[in-house]
Design a protein around this ligand. Sequence first.
Ligand code: FCB
Length: 459
Amino acid sequence: MTLGAACDAPLSFSPAEIAAHHMLEGAPRGFFLGAATSAYQIEGGARTDWTAWETGRYPDGTPHVAGGANAARAGDSWNLWRDDVAALGQLGANMYRLGVEWSRLEPSEGAWDAAAAAHYREMFAALRAAHVEPMVTLYHFTLPPWVAARGGWDWPGAPAALAAFAGRAGAAFGDLVDWWITLNEPNVYVAKGYLAGQWPPGVSDPARAVRALAAFERAHGLMAEALRANDRRDADGDGHATRIGIAHNVRVFDPRSWNPIDHVAANVADDFYNQQLLDAVARGRVHAKLPRALEIDEPFPALTGSLDFLGLNYYTRELTVGHLFGAKRYEPTTAPDRPTSDMGWEIYPEGLYRLLKRYSSSPWPLFVTENGVADARGDRRPDFLRAHIYAVDRARREGVNVIGYLHWSLIDNFEWSHGYEGRFGLFTIDFAHDPALTRRPTPAVETFREAARALGTPR
Ligand code: FCB
């Protein structure tokens, strides 16, 4: 089965309709509204493969991370997590997607840091006490140094090692956590680390990229099995001990012109980026392929039944240009004359609606597990939020089974190779001048509260 066709025709929302829209009005009881972060981007104090990467430079001398920044302290959420819980309360959020850091809990192979586990348990319990359901991500782009030393995602043992960690996390936190994300955005990691060479391991090698995507698929299947075997405790009493999802980055690829070469390039990008991982899960087969590089296709029964919901991380659209000759057959471009974020990503709420409609034919309930905008001034985020919740509502009203929306991010954080230049927080932090790292509300907090009120929160 192939899920959905390539993206449907472009459409345009009416700004007047968005302005008049009552966000989340009529959303079902139990709809989740919250914010997301990842462990490494906010905690500080963790040692991962990124810690070494951050100190490196490209052959031309430019640092791997903008401004030579690092995540040594980041938002210091390891210590300041109570401020994050307070921020969620201010938003009226009923869910928080956060990560646990593999390298912290398993600093060497087979070890388990009981103090770190107790610390996470305290956070999860505090969230539950504040009526905020935790959704926990087990892998969000970072590997413990001992895994990296064996070759990271190129190490054939990586999927099993991550699954063993997932099992331990399930056993350690299962009484407090029902909602799990096995992997965050394997496609982004593969594209950045194995095609663009901008993240560890910093290579540009299509065949290795295909093998890495296949390794991620195996990891997801094994992690889901390990979670189900080790977390049999239903934290919220709704009859489900585990709700397992994957946070899959989806992007609209529209061909830049009528030229058939652009269409072909858009379809190839869409297939590799959006589709293959989901087809693998739906078919119970590891499947990854890049034309003229490599194809892997083999049965993998652990994938069958591994997903309870499909998490979609949506940010932007790309206008794809294809080239018949030359080394670069595929070129991503941005639509001219369209609003963009600080990072140059087109602001395109219609894309979220289009993708929700497209994946409504998938076998899983949909969950927007990330959506946000780099906006250091904070003046575009309120409209961004309103327009994207409108997209969710419109899809929902047309019968799409979307069960939650999480905004990236709760707080400003370490934005990978962009360092502290990409500001996604609903709450901003002045990393350069405020040693207390105070979480200060941006104007979008008020917009978020407006949406939360439709759900009966803020309390
Ligand atoms: C997503 C990542 C997240 C963050 C946002 C801006 O692709 O999951 O860690 O970097 O983009």
